[in-house]
Design a protein around this ligand. Structure first.
Ligand SMILES: [Cu+2]
Length: 107
């Protein structure tokens, strides 16, 4: 049922930078965790780092969600496509445990 979405709205520069910075930090962190597994480090220590990575990725989604609301969603509402965008938002919430406050942190 998913259609390919064009990103008609440019990302806000601050959100783009924030998302990129966070993702690149995750990449470096992930390399460290891979090295931990290769070294057969203590399992709970590795799990702690994986959990931290998951939290970092949730924050990326939070940034992307904020960008999406501030650009695409507002634009869609202005164009009178409210129903369509609400459906899409509800679908998007599946990807974001952050809406439940699971990560407990704001950016
Ligand atoms: Cu968007």
């Amino acid at each position: 049922m998913h259609t390919e979405h064009r990103h008609a709205q440019e990302m806000k520069a601050e959100h783009k930078q924030s998302a990129l910075n966070r993702l690149k930090t995750v990449r470096g962190h992930l390399d460290g965790v891979i090295a931990m597994v290769e070294d057969e480090r203590y399992c709970p220590d590795i799990m702690k780092q994986v959990s931290a990575l998951q939290g970092s990725l949730e924050k990326v989604n939070r940034v992307l969600m904020q960008n999406h609301v501030e650009t695409c969603v507002l634009h869609a509402v202005e164009e009178g496509r409210s129903g369509e965008i609400v459906d899409e938002l509800m679908e998007t919430l599946r990807y974001t445990p952050i809406v439940t406050g699971a990560t407990g942190e704001t950016t």
